[in-house]
Design a protein around this ligand. Structure first.
Ligand code: FAD
Length: 411
């Protein structure tokens, strides 16, 4: 019997995980083609070099909440291979994992190389060939199977194909797939930080507040969580989360919008006002600027007081009503016009890609072109930070591997 050949395009998390799950079989040849010289390059830099491999959230319905465009259709996929399966998979192969307080799971070594070594060892055990500098340019559907043309001018034949080429923010990057009959959900970036027009607050770069509420004016977008002031604007978990939920809306606004910061998180204007009144009545002779309230960092409190028009020596018993009201307003709805975004060093991902309606989510097989499978970020799945993007890559890579092996068996 002739050997069957599976080609996987893309040596990222999804492609390599699929290869690692295609059991060694003398009748099966598995080849991974990678256009760059680097294998698992994003895994290497992920999680600040520590690789946030998955999350402790186990229940598929709960897990969906971390995927902003969460399609309920993904529930069966996560039920078949979810976060607990990821943990088991790595632990069975000798990787010791740890869960941090916020639910993120990392290798105990705090080194992404541990994950890379494990994945590559599993591929080697299965006899997988991984070929770097082999970009695929075109896929031609044959009578049985596929012919691929590569950037180096080679032709490669295979019986089944897994496309795991990751995300890309330019629609042109997907045109070779449209030739296969697929449509593309227009790709836009997700998980970025906000650049501010007015740079005054960036003087406070490095200052963080443990919980603020952020809104995008004129939309329903709102998130709560820790914020970090940077040299270019605003960052931190709450910003990344808001950018993920707002990926499409913010793109439509060409990244020009107004951010409303409630520095007091849950507190509304009347509650903030009564807290200030109570403090004022107790400490009428104190300087307002010198005594931060609501546990805000001193420099941020000073900044807000000055922005509200308070002088250095303004006391709680001699402020102007105008600046007092401005301060209260600023504490609960401070406005920052944003202009542009920054993805540098962040865990940016692509929102958009192959529509889930064009893929059988039990098997990851294309509904447009049978014999072709998809896994990872090329699909229209994107999560917030916390290990959810890798989980999507592991889940879809695993499902594709099982289905491809089964289909070849039946052939
Ligand atoms: C800096 C950074 C840190 C991150 N940290 C985390 C984290 O800690 N936890 C988490 O869950 N997520 C994280 N992510 C997101 C996560 O890395 C991705 O969601 C995940 O890598 C997607 O896997 P993938 O295999 O689908 O795509 P990729 O990892 O992008 O791999 C796709 C591969 O396909 C190759 N390729 C593309 N086109 C072709 C072609 N035509 N021919 C051949 N090869 C091709 C590419 O070169 C690439 O190697 C991070 C992302 C970034 C950018």
């Amino acid at each position: 019997m002739a050997k069957k050949h599976i080609i996987i395009i893309g040596a990222g998390a999804a492609g390599i995980f699929a290869a690692a799950n295609l059991a060694a079989d003398p009748q099966l040849q598995v080849t991974v083609l990678e256009k760059t010289s680097k294998i698992l390059s994003k895994v290497k830099v992920s999680g600040g070099g520590r690789c946030n491999v998955t999350n402790s959230c186990k229940e598929p319905r709960q897990l969906l909440k971390f995927y902003p465009r969460s399609h309920k259709k993904l529930i069966p996929a996560f039920a078949q291979f979810g976060t607990a399966d990821t943990v088991r998979w790595f632990e069975e192969r000798g990787v010791r994992l740890k869960t941090e307080d916020d639910g993120r799971i990392f290798p105990q070594s705090d080194d992404s190389q541990t994950i890379i070594d494990c994945l590559l060892a599993a591929c080697a055990k299965n006899g997988v060939s991984i070929l770097p500098r082999m970009g695929v340019e075109q896929i031609i559907k044959g009578e049985k199977g596929f012919i691929l043309t590569t950037t180096s001018g080679q032709y490669l034949a295979c019986d089944q194909l897994l496309i795991a080429t990751g995300g890309a923010n330019k629609p042109e990057a997907y045109s070779w797939l449209e030739n296969l009959g697929h449509s593309i959900v227009s790709p836009v970036p997700s998980l970025f930080t906000f650049n501010l027009k007015d740079k005054a607050i960036t003087e406070l770069a490095g200052i963080s507040v443990s919980e603020v509420s952020l809104k995008i004016a004129g939309t329903k977008l709102e998130q709560k969580g820790p914020i970090l002031i940077t040299h270019w604007g605003l960052s931190g978990p709450v910003v990344l989360r808001l950018s993920a939920w707002g990926a499409r809306v913010l793109h439509e606004k060409n990244y020009n919008y107004t951010i409303l910061v409630n520095w007091l998180s849950e507190l509304k204007e009347p509650e903030a006002r009564s807290a200030l009144e109570a403090y004022k009545n107790k400490h009428p002779k104190q300087k307002i600027i010198s005594n931060p309230l609501f546990s805000l960092p001193k420099r941020l409190w000073e900044f807000l007081c000055k922005k509200a028009g308070m002088a250095e020596n303004t006391l709680w018993n001699n402020y102007s009503a105008k600046s007092y009201n401005r301060l209260i307003n600023m504490l609960v709805a401070d406005e920052y016009p944003a202009s542009g975004k920054t993805t540098f060093k962040e865990e940016f991902v692509t929102c958009g890609g192959i529509p889930l309606s064009e893929v059988d989510l039990q098997t990851m097989e294309s509904r447009c072109c049978p014999g072709i499978y998809f896994a990872g970020e090329i699909l229209d799945i994107d999560g917030i930070t916390g290990g959810f993007n890798f989980q999507a890559a592991w889940t879809t890579g695993w499902l594709a591997a099982q289905a491809m092996a089964k289909a070849l068996e039946a052939d």
